[in-house]
Design a protein around this ligand. Structure first.
Ligand SMILES: *[C@@H]1O[C@H](CO)[C@@H](O)[C@H](O)[C@H]1NC(C)=O
Ligand SMILES: *[C@@H]1O[C@H](CO)[C@@H](O)[C@H](O)[C@H]1NC(C)=O
Ligand SMILES: *[C@@H]1O[C@H](CO)[C@@H](O)[C@H](O)[C@H]1NC(C)=O
Ligand SMILES: *[C@@H]1O[C@H](CO)[C@@H](O)[C@H](O)[C@H]1NC(C)=O
Ligand SMILES: *[C@@H]1O[C@H](CO)[C@@H](O)[C@H](O)[C@H]1NC(C)=O
Length: 635
């Protein structure tokens, strides 16, 4: 076989082996038509999807008297299958919105809607009222809008801007017409239609409300990974706000810290600017900042290229310094020979906050001066506030310990909660103390954990009731704080005080076995008469990992929830990763006697010895915002 053929053949095999990959109809359109032209038909292209993806159809029709807006998008989607569905978001006469959405996987090109017929019916003529409104559907202005007499009951003139985004569409449209209410709510609270996200704005400057690229990322990388590209998410700004780009690179020999934030800002416009805050070789800091308003998505910095050039190798001097850039410790820092003129070893902690990113980082490397001034007096870089400290013992000390008690009435009677020592945390960590209480009636369990934790909510305190009452009570107390030994609660009353107001149970008719044990299944259990309001018996176990305890926890008792789950898929409670495996819930509402022991036949899923972690070890600050679509954080 000639080697030239090989790549082509390999490509083919690749295609053939992707048996799951669907071909979908693909295309998009936004068009305003005369209502008399309906029904409309279309033909579209095709696209091969990623494995596992489905085909989607999204069609929206906005009726406005003599005019109709059609928004159409077809293509591949990760969403779950969804039967074809027609939704009236806003009923006419006057302005109306109707949509058709479906997601399918049963065959290639299954997203085969080819006309507006399923959505469109000729509106019956409405009795005219007395109010007249301008009617307009336009991507430009509405200065020359014609006036129409509105139907009875639709006597408010709507004047707003609709935005459609997603599925290859990014479009803004001024809309004027007759509405049944005075509010700016043509969309009737709809935010998502199939693969489109929709929004509206009725301010005078609706057209000037910007959409910006949005996202945040902070990551320590190998210099060889540069230059780097990204794709950003999007965000609608408030009126008058602009779009910002902030990119900062802190280089330190073989490593570089990259911090990127994109989003809406109140700051005034600023041309793209590259600033060298600290010149290399050795430690260096350079940034790119920009604020713009001239068009949607103008904060379009796509990569590190404007900032980053490979430095020529510098002449080396004689001093050696440890080099490190880490949210953890720098114990195993490697030593490098510093460039001539950079003969001071810097050892500090760099802190940054803003634009959806926050974090602390230990920095060691070669500097040209003795002072603790890596930032060269810089305090602000675009949307970021930055600071440094060379008091290197900045990590926190927290109380540490795990407590576990089985006893009746732990939801009522407080216990002492002692620590067993202290622990020094990583820079990225704060102190935590967490209580998890499970009361099944006949007995109860409380688990307490104190220590360090990596969390996005640095200072917070919360009591959550995950399940019951009535029935099995599962409640937790979590406290995250960021000063030395601040996790110093001494009694479980911090949780119990918040449970005092729970209504006392009134006995009902149902009876259930009860148990809570550190094992996969209960060995021996009592039986209780369930309180009123419970509807079934729960049996299952929860895999618990973290906070000093790794064990399955079997639970039986009375349950009121309509679902089979006690924890409602909660998978983090303080430091505890939880995975719930309900075995069976007897939904028998009939009174009296012991419950039937239904066996579903489905064996419980195996206990996950290693619950999937948070992915925090690689990413410095991934997931700080809901806007984080910039990078897969787990790569
Ligand atoms: C729509 O089409 C009808 C018939 O073709 C025509 O009479 C009418 O003027 C058109 N309306 C608009 C707004 O273009
Ligand atoms: C608004 O939406 C709700 C449900 O989504 C629907 O019941 C109601 O009829 C809609 N209102 C109008 C005026 O179309
Ligand atoms: C950076 O990447 C290069 C090439 O991929 C590798 O040789 C080097 O060991 C890496 N350095 C660090 C600090 O990971
Ligand atoms: C420190 O900043 C000033 C101005 O901001 C700049 O002129 C100077 O070169 C910087 N110093 C270093 C060592 O980068
Ligand atoms: C379960 O969680 C979902 C999503 O987090 C929430 O919408 C729902 O209300 C919760 N159900 C109960 C019974 O708490």
């Amino acid at each position: 076989m000639s080697p030239a053929l090989l790549p082509a053949l390999l490509g083919l095999t690749l295609l053939l082996s992707r048996t799951q990959a669907l071909t979908c109809q693909s295309g998009s359109a936004v068009t305003v038509r005369n209502a008399t032209e309906l029904p409309l038909q279309w033909t579209v292209g095709e696209k091969i999807c990623d494995e596992g993806w489905g085909c989607q159809d999204t069609v929206l029709l906005l009726g406005n008297g003599p005019q109709v807006l059609l928004v159409l998008t077809k293509g591949c989607t990760q969403k779950e299958n969804q039967e074809a569905h027609v939704t009236d978001h806003r009923a006419g006469p006057g302005l109306s919105i109707v949509s058709y959405t479906s997601v399918c996987r049963h065959k290639d090109l299954c997203n085969d809607l080819s006309s507006t017929l399923p959505l469109w019916s000729l509106p019956s003529p409405a009795a005219p009222g007395s109010v007249r409104c301008p009617v307009c559907l336009s991507t430009e202005g509405c200065e020359s809008a014609t006036e129409v007499t509105c139907p009875i009951g639709h006597s408010y003139c709507y004047n707003g801007v609709l935005k459609f985004r997603g599925g290859g569409i990014n479009s803004k449209l001024r809309v004027q017409g007759c509405m049944s209410q005075a509010t700016c709510n043509l969309l009737n609270e709809t935010r998502e239609i199939g693969s489109l996200s929709v929004s509206e704005n009725c301010g005078a400057n609706g057209m000037e409300v910007l959409t910006c690229q949005s996202g945040a990322l902070g990551r320590v990388m190998n210099v060889t990974e540069l230059p780097l590209e990204w794709t950003a998410g999007q965000e609608d700004c408030r009126e008058g706000w602009g779009c910002q780009d902030t990119l900062m690179l802190l280089e330190n020999g073989p490593q570089v810290l990259l911090v990127l934030t994109k989003g809406c800002t109140q700051e005034k416009d600023q041309e793209a600017r590259v600033t060298e805050h600290r010149a290399g070789p050795g430690l260096s800091i350079v940034s790119y900042t920009r604020v713009c308003r001239h068009e949607d998505l103008c904060n379009d910095l796509p990569n590190t290229v404007p900032l980053w050039t490979l430095q020529p190798p510098a002449a080396l001097g004689s001093v050696q310094c440890p080099v490190c850039l880490s949210t953890e410790g720098c114990e195993s820092a490697t030593e490098v020979t510093c460039p001539v003129g950079h003969s001071h070893c810097y050892n500090g902690i760099f802190t940054l906050r803003g634009g959806g990113v926050s974090g602390k980082l230990r920095v060691q490397g070669c500097m040209s001066q003795e002072a603790c001034n890596l930032l060269n007096e810089t305090r602000k870089i675009g949307s970021l506030s930055v600071s440094e400290s060379c008091d290197t013992d900045a990590s926190q000390t927290c109380e540490k310990g795990t407590m576990l008690r089985f006893q009746r009435n732990l939801a009522k009677e407080p216990l002492e909660w002692n620590m067993f020592g202290t622990v020094k945390c990583d820079l990225a960590e704060v102190c935590q103390e967490t209580l998890l209480l499970i009361d099944v009636g006949s007995t109860s369990l409380i688990v307490g954990s104190k220590g360090c934790i990596k969390t996005e909510t640095q200072n917070s305190q919360a009591v959550s009731i995950h399940s019951g009452p009535p029935g099995i009570l599962i409640a937790s107390y979590t406290h995250f704080c960021s000063s030395n030994r601040c996790n110093n609660a001494r009694s479980t009353s911090v949780l119990l005080n918040s449970l005092r107001d729970l209504a006392a149970p009134v006995p009902g008719d149902l009876q259930c076995p009860t148990c809570v044990q550190l094992s996969r299944s209960c060995t021996g259990s009592g039986t209780v008469t369930c309180p009123k309001g419970t509807t079934g018996c729960y049996k299952g176990y929860i895999g618990l990992e973290g906070g000093g305890l790794t064990s399955p926890l079997s639970i039986q008792g009375c349950m009121a929830q309509p679902s089979n789950y006690l924890l409602n898929h909660t998978n983090m409670i303080g430091p505890f990763h939880t995975v719930e495996f309900p075995e069976d819930v007897n939904k028998d509402r009939q009174s009296g006697g012991a419950p039937k022991d239904l066996q579903s036949g489905a064996a419980p899923a195996p206990y996950l010895a290693r619950v999937v972690g948070l992915g925090l070890s690689l990413a410095l600050w991934c997931g700080m915002t809901t806007l984080l679509t910039l990078f897969p954080c787990d790569s």
